[in-house]
Design a protein around this ligand. Structure first.
Ligand code: CIR
Length: 253
């Protein structure tokens, strides 16, 4: 169960964020509204939300998930693997120190983006991507081991981050598409196939028994309802324009 989350308001400069989506520039005013609704959705799940100020120096800084990994046993600042985003970790470090005095760190030449790390109970799957390298993954696994947790790496082919393509929604259920449907390492889970045209919704987010689902993906919504979860639909279309999904917008602990 989660009790807290940290989010960061989008900045005006988000229009210059990194993207491969080809969906046009995000609309800042609409992004602010959608972000506020996202915070309300977190609160509906019983979470106390800390909202950090926007930072115009970092166009992608709304995607706080990439800067840290928080587990039930330890909190780690990740060393994000793209230069324009690496400095985002400074503000997150300050915010997390209030909750976790004993922060751990991934250090260069190790790089990890939090979006590449998927928690499934005591085990953490770490995607090797353009942002997360083997050295970063090894450092992370060492830290996890020290805290009685385990980690393993997953090779990625076509997605930005591991959690772009697969997400654990508890009760042994994974939502996945494409390359993740047949990967041996996920064979022990119930894999629910997200249709390709709804692939963005593979990044739905379990929080305290409820699942946040992006607006506009009815087939995935049906899967989630069918599996007995209470679904909360959240419109994050402005963040999708920057390749960001529901999990990217918060750190939960
Ligand atoms: C980026 O390319 O870094 C941002 N535009 C999107 C980050 C999305 N974060 C995530 O999947 N955890």
């Amino acid at each position: 169960m989660f009790t807290n989350a940290i989010v960061r308001k989008p900045c005006k400069n988000m229009v210059n964020g990194i993207t491969s989506a080809k969906l046009g520039q995000p609309d800042y005013q609409n992004a602010l509204k959608q972000h506020a609704n996202y915070v309300e959705a977190l609160k509906k799940c019983g979470i106390k939300v800390t909202v950090l100020d926007a930072d115009e120096n970092y166009p992608d800084s709304v995607f706080v998930e990439d800067t840290a990994l928080i587990t039930p046993k330890c909190a780690i600042i990740t060393n994000p693997g793209t230069e324009s985003r690496n400095g985002e970790k400074g503000a997150i470090e300050i915010a997390l120190k209030n909750f976790f005095p004993d922060l751990q760190y991934i250090v260069s030449p190790g790089f990890v983006d939090g979006g590449d790390v998927m928690m499934a109970g005591d085990h953490f799957y770490i995607g090797l991507s353009k942002r997360t390298n083997k050295e970063g993954a090894n450092q992370l696994i060492t830290i996890l081991k020290r805290h009685g947790l385990t980690g393993s790496t997953v090779a990625l082919k076509s997605v930005l981050h591991l959690k772009t393509g697969i997400n654990f929604i508890e009760k042994d259920n994974m939502l996945a598409f494409g390359e993740f449907l047949t990967k041996q390492e996920f064979g022990k889970f119930n894999i629910h196939e997200v249709p390709r045209e709804e692939s963005y919704a593979a990044n739905s987010l379990w929080i305290n028994g409820k699942v946040l689902v992006p607006k506009g993906f009815p087939k995935t919504l049906n899967i989630i309802k069918r599996e007995g979860y209470e679904a909360i639909v959240v419109d994050v279309s402005e963040f999708r324009k920057l390749d960001g999904g529901l999990s990217c917008l918060s750190l939960r602990f």
